[in-house]
Design a protein around this ligand. Structure first.
Ligand code: HEM
Length: 207
């Protein structure tokens, strides 16, 4: 599969950009129009967290999609997707710091240490930060092979993000279970390919 180049850069990517921005616009407008229910700030924090996680998983879908559809162009959406995932996570974190904790740093520190779901959320955020910082073309060039290695941090970050949601929910675990299932498929496929290629390599060396 291959989209004509002008169509990919002038239509596909801008449409994807607008789609990725639309949840943020939705929450902005809905808040403005007072349509977010009895606890709008909680709805915003949760909604931003949901979108951060969803887009993170979509980012992980890009490389299997390239193989399945034989569509190399799709790799060129990965940076945009990853940065949007980070964008939503940063807004989600800001929402928590501001609306939940009113920037009370002592309370925030206590929360990070005392509530496991906040601890793992924070670690996931910390792991994603160098990925966002090193996403520019200059950084990719400068870091060379190390860049690829560094960007494998997306795997533990995604696992911790799902765990964060899993531990946050006390009773009905159905929604985090769906995310966990999708993540297990995305990571399982990678692991399977890695094991297969290592086996092939060792059997080639033996013969
Ligand atoms: C990769 C990073 C993160 C992702 C993907 C993420 C995602 C999520 C998701 C999906 C939810 C559940 C939303 C729902 O109920 O539908 C959630 C809830 C929550 N997250 Fe995160 N999160 C991340 C990091 C953080 C960090 C760093 C903090 C704060 C230090 C945080 C604080 C919270 C809080 C307080 C809730 C519960 C909101 C409420 O009940 O009002 N998250 N997050």
């Amino acid at each position: 599969m291959q989209l004509p180049e002008p169509y990919f850069t002038r239509v596909f990517k801008p449409v994807l950009f607008i789609l990725l921005l639309s949840p943020a616009l939705y929450y902005g407008v809905a808040f403005w129009q007072d349509q977010l229910g009895a606890n709008p700030l909680e709805a915003i924090i949760r909604g931003l967290g949901d979108w951060g996680l969803r887009i993170l998983l979509i980012t992980l879908l890009v490389s299997p999609l390239r193989r399945v559809l034989n569509w190399p162009q799709v790799l060129r959406t990965r940076r945009m997707l990853g940065l949007f995932a980070y964008f939503y996570v940063v807004l989600h974190l800001l929402g928590y710091l501001w609306f939940d904790q009113f920037f009370d740093w002592e309370e925030i520190w206590f929360d990070i240490l005392e509530r496991p779901f906040i601890t793992v959320g924070m670690i996931a955020f910390v792991l994603l930060t160098p990925l966002a910082i090193t996403s520019t073309k200059g950084m990719i060039r400068r870091l060379g092979k190390k860049w690829k290695h560094l960007h494998t941090l997306i795997y533990p970050a995604s696992i911790l993000a799902v765990l964060h949601f899993w531990w946050m929910v006390k009773l009905d675990k159905r929604e985090p279970l769906i995310y966990a299932f999708i993540l297990a498929i995305l990571l399982g496929e990678r692991l399977f390919r890695k094991v297969r290629s290592t086996k092939r390599y060792t059997s080639l060396r033996r013969h």
